[in-house]
Design a protein. Structure first.
Length: 212
């Protein structure tokens, strides 16, 4: 069975634009402010498409990239001049403290320049024959994550965030480390913690038993 993506790039535009289907509550909620003032026939509903731009400026308050986000799709050359929402904050642009909307949409020329001039993260140096970087890995730097992604198609547009991958934590191992470093004096600082419990946990740790 062929799988159809809920995102697509809008071609023949001077700006970097994509379309994103409103397929979950988080995206739908971004339009609550707009929907309040609209009749039902004009409301933005699930499975409508939203237009998304690429961030090129940062919100001075949150220090997060401003991602232009709007529901209407008219002529492509009109989109950068329309009122839009910031995907992360829901803030409307333009506003009293902002520039005109066209300055928040990243153009294709800038996208190409970033691609050509971006720094190489896997290799050392900037030009010529580059050497591969050496990595130092220890047990603390290893994280067990699932191969699945919670928001795969959104990540392609907005970038990968920590919440997009599932991390699996070995809580027994984590507890064992905490108990191994725990002293009786530290344990007794809690009035609810009994000296008997401390020695039981230490004994289970030494014998390789389940902690609880």
């Amino acid at each position: 069975m062929k799988k159809y993506s809920t995102t697509k790039v809008l071609a023949y535009s001077q700006q970097q634009l994509s379309q994103l289907a409103i397929t979950n509550y988080d995206i739908q909620k971004r339009f609550d402010g707009i929907n309040k003032t609209r009749p039902y026939s004009k409301k933005i509903k699930p499975y409508n498409f939203a237009t998304v731009g690429t961030a090129c400026r940062v919100d001075p308050d949150t220090k997060e990239p401003i991602i232009p986000f709007l529901s209407e799709i008219k002529k492509l050359d009109e989109i950068p001049y329309m009122e839009f929402l910031d995907y992360k904050t829901g803030k409307k642009y333009p506003n009293d403290n902002s520039m005109e909307p066209q300055y928040y949409w990243k153009n294709m020329e800038s996208v190409l320049e970033d691609y050509v001039e971006h720094k190489e993260s896997k290799l050392e140096g900037n030009s010529g024959v580059l050497k591969r970087r050496h990595l130092t890995i220890n047990q603390e730097s290893i994280r067990y994550i699932g191969k699945e992604s919670n928001e795969l198609e959104q990540s392609e547009i907005f970038g990968v965030a920590k919440k997009d991958t599932v991390e699996y934590v070995n809580y027994q191992k984590k507890l064992r480390k905490i108990i191994d470093e725990l002293t009786l004096e530290k344990a007794l600082e809690s009035q609810e913690y009994l000296e008997e419990n401390f020695f039981i946990l230490k004994r289970n740790l030494e014998n390789g038993n389940q902690l609880f």
